[in-house]
Design a protein around this ligand. Structure first.
Ligand code: GSH
Length: 245
């Protein structure tokens, strides 16, 4: 599709001082948009503006028990004036509205990889990212992020920055990360993606998380990128991550 095609999707994304996508969850959706070549435009929203902006679109709040009532990604599908929040619902909508090329949303192997990746690297990844993420936010967003995250964590963001401890945590996970990476290579005789030659949503989950870390801090990205499996998927998704805004 030509670059000047009228956008069919408006993507509400998380703002940073760099004006590029850095949210792992938004990256999953952006990867789908880029891979499917769907014409879209981006509206970057600062952290403190997410709730009023998404509420203002007439979107209902998240299910009870969710961490935040209103979140990005959210989208407007312009042709039908449909508004949606929650990455899983958005992915389903995009897959049914734009089925070609297909992006399988789930698979047994994909579910296993997502759950193992979350269990193995989730916490350590968050500890490395959260205290650095604040550095790429505007002063208003920094204030919001610090206030809400420090209330949740019960301590200052800076308390998480202990490089020696961080190195130790990552080193201790090396074997487990390698094993998840190997699982990602199950179908590597057919291609670099989880299911082989074509990407699935699990690939976008993995590549989006790595890309998000890269937008925050190159060293944190390298801590995972070095593992085969993670690296294969990230590299195979690079063409769909060229557009970042
Ligand atoms: N369950 C949501 C999670 C999305 C999410 O947590 N987004 C973050 C940005 S990465 C957000 O909007 N946070 C709102 C806030 O911190 O107030 C989804 O999958 O869409």
């Amino acid at each position: 599709m030509a670059a000047n095609t009228e956008p069919e999707i408006v993507l509400y994304d998380l703002a940073s001082i760099n004006n590029v996508c850095f949210s792992p969850v938004v990256w999953r959706i952006r990867l789908m948009l880029n891979y499917k070549n769907i014409p879209y435009r981006t509206v970057f929203v600062e952290f403190p503006d997410i709730e009023p902006t998404i509420k203002g679109l007439g979107i209902g709040e998240s299910a009870a028990g969710s961490k935040h009532k209103y979140t990005v990604p959210a989208i407007q599908h312009v042709p039908t004036d449909t508004y949606l929040m929650e990455s899983a619902s958005i992915a389903e909508f995009l897959e049914s509205t734009y089925p070609n090329p297909p992006v399988p949303l789930t698979s047994e192997l994909g579910r296993e990889i997502e759950s193992q990746a979350r269990a193995v690297v989730g916490t350590t990844f968050a500890i490395s990212i959260i205290p650095r993420e604040v550095n790429i936010l505007s002063p208003r967003a920094q204030e919001y992020f610090r206030r809400t995250r420090e209330a949740l964590l019960g301590h200052r963001l800076e308390d998480m920055l202990d490089t020696a401890k961080e190195d130790q945590s990552w080193d201790a996970l090396a074997d487990e990360i390698s094993a998840v990476g190997e699982l990602m290579r199950t179908n590597n005789a057919d291609g670099p993606f989880v299911l082989g030659a074509q990407p699935s949503y699990t690939d976008f989950f993995i590549a989006g998380s790595l890309q998000s870390s890269r937008m925050v801090d190159e060293d944190v990205f390298q801590r995972i990128f070095k593992y085969p499996g993670f690296r294969d998927i990230y590299e195979a998704c690079v063409p769909y991550m060229e557009r970042k805004d």
